[in-house]
Write a protein that binds this ligand. Structure first.
Ligand code: SF4
Length: 508
């Protein structure tokens, strides 16, 4: 062995970007683990633990912090229990350390299964397996088959901790074996990188592929903002990438310079408003909304889709389980009442979520949402799950009015830059309502916060902080819709305040 100690993850880091590996070893002080990266680790760990439950007789090689103990324990397990599965079997060759997720004994040698939290085999899994298999082969371990064990999103959890069926095992022998001969070269090149100066590599697509790189801030620190036109082609709503490429190829970067006859009606509208710098609001929105009855409801859900299903009849990644909703109710005098449901107990939130929502939404009156297919789909799923609640839930779906297409057809402000997302619209109509000041500022943050709340090791004060963040975020989502509806109708802001007496937070 010579040079720096390597591991499978370090070699994968080098394959992603040599500079990443260099920084990882020589400038660890620059590493910044984002919430997203931490979440990815956490999910990978959780999925690995579930995979092990499928082989209850397996031997886990622990000794995470003591390499020689892990190597010795692996040797001992291979000799004394050749008939048993081994988890985290640890091997080293030429200074390269690997830990195999699963080694399963078989008639023609061990089956090596790499457990992945993704829903399919990715190209970098093949490199990963090749490094692992090469080290195992150099240790004279007989390998019968190499598999990637990824999440099967069709699996439906039936409860009681039974995760049989949650993984799909894919034989990757044909892809991996031809790569084994390349591994010594990868090791050599990675060592050469580490022995040299910091590689001069500019940020690019590799910074997110296959993983978000934790050195992005360092690498982007000198990037000088290239002067772009105020309105790039991206503002031209739903313009095909190929069309944009063609304009770019002809030197047109500025949305205002695209010949208007080449644009559709919405794109022409965006171009006109952007050029004039004056927002436009059509009276059709007011007429449409004015015809609707009171009370009016404004509803928004937060949901979670877990890699490892926690509640019965849910699927990995595929089930959007609602754990929170917010509802503002507006009377004819524009007085607002607020109700909210949030379950942070860790129990299945769906039944109570549905029951409380039925209570909060009454029997009549429009229910405004923003992008109706999301809320309608969640409500239909709840109706499927709870047949006794189905009539009430489906009646709710029948009352839903989508504010998004009404807004998209009738209002545009130059600052929306081609987007009608509520986060793009709100600053132009209600600058006092700010997502950027919240702890939980978007739907992705809400999922991360909820996962952290459910984690058994999260301290109580942190759970409370996150719970408050979720409450503020979801409340703002529905208040934003209220203010949008008022704006479209020309109703001044109601200073009566809102009543929050109907808020429910289910704790453990
Ligand atoms: S941020 Fe990008 S360029 Fe910098 S080390 Fe990471 S992958 Fe390489």
């Amino acid at each position: 062995m010579s040079g720096h100690g390597l591991s499978k993850s370090r070699l994968i880091a080098w394959k992603q970007c040599p500079k990443r590996l260099w920084l990882q070893i020589h400038r660890r002080d620059l590493l910044e683990i984002s919430d997203h990266i931490a979440q990815t680790f956490e999910i990978g760990f959780e999925v690995g633990e579930v995979a092990r439950t499928l082989y209850p007789s397996g031997i886990l090689i622990e000794d995470d912090d003591d390499l020689s103990a892990a190597l010795n324990s692996t040797r001992a397990a291979l000799i004394t229990h050749p008939e048993l599965p081994i988890f985290e079997a640890t091997f080293q060759h030429d200074g390269v350390l690997v830990r195999a997720d699963l080694l399963l004994p078989g008639a023609s040698g061990y089956r090596m299964a790499e457990v992945k939290a993704s829903a399919s085999v990715k190209p970098y899994h093949i490199d990963d397996c090749a490094i692992q298999a090469w080290v195992l082969q150099q240790n004279k371990l007989s390998l019968g088959m190499i598999e990637v064990m990824h999440i099967n999103t069709a699996f439906v959890y039936q409860g009681k901790g039974d995760y049989h069926g949650m993984f799909t095992n894919v034989n990757v022998d044909d892809a991996v074996f031809p790569l084994l001969k390349l591994v010594p070269e990868w090791i050599k090149e990675a060592r050469a990188t580490l022995a040299g100066e910091e590689p001069n590599i500019q940020p690019g697509l590799q910074c997110e592929d296959p993983y978000e790189c934790p050195f992005k801030r360092h690498c982007n620190r000198h990037i000088i903002q290239v002067l772009e036109p105020s309105y790039t082609l991206d503002i031209l709503y739903r313009m095909h990438a190929a069309t944009k490429d063609a304009f770019h190829a002809n030197g047109i970067q500025d949305a205002l310079l695209v010949p208007s006859e080449l644009l559709n009606e919405t794109q022409q509208w965006i171009q006109r408003v952007s050029h004039a710098g004056v927002p436009e609001l059509f009276p059709a929105a007011k007429n449409l909304l004015a015809a609707m009855s009171y009370p009016r409801y404004y509803l928004d859900f937060e949901t979670i889709n877990l890699a490892v299903p926690r509640w019965e009849q849910t699927r990995p990644y595929a089930s959007q389980v609602p754990f929170q909703w917010s509802c503002h109710t507006e009377e004819a005098n524009h007085h607002l009442k607020h109700a909210m449901f949030l379950d942070v107990s860790g129990n299945d939130p769906r039944r109570r979520c549905a029951e409380q929502m039925i209570k909060a939404l009454g029997y009549a009156g429009p229910i405004f949402v923003y992008f109706q297919s999301f809320e309608k789909s969640r409500i239909a799923e709840l109706a499927d799950l709870y047949p006794d609640l189905a009539p009430a839930l489906l009646a709710i779906n029948g009352r839903i009015v989508d504010l998004l297409p009404i807004t998209r057809a009738n209002y545009y402000h130059p600052e929306m830059k081609g987007s009608w997302s509520i986060k793009a619209v709100l600053p132009t109509i209600a600058a006092d309502l700010r997502y950027d000041l919240l702890t939980v500022g978007n739907g992705g943050d809400a999922q991360v916060a909820y996962r952290e709340i459910l984690h058994p090791q999260t301290p109580e004060d942190r759970k409370q902080e996150l719970t408050l963040g979720l409450r503020e975020y979801c409340t703002l989502d529905t208040l934003a819709m209220v203010r949008l509806a008022w704006f479209l109708q020309g109703i001044p802001i109601n200073k009566n305040g809102s009543d929050t007496s109907n808020e429910i937070t289910q704790k453990n």
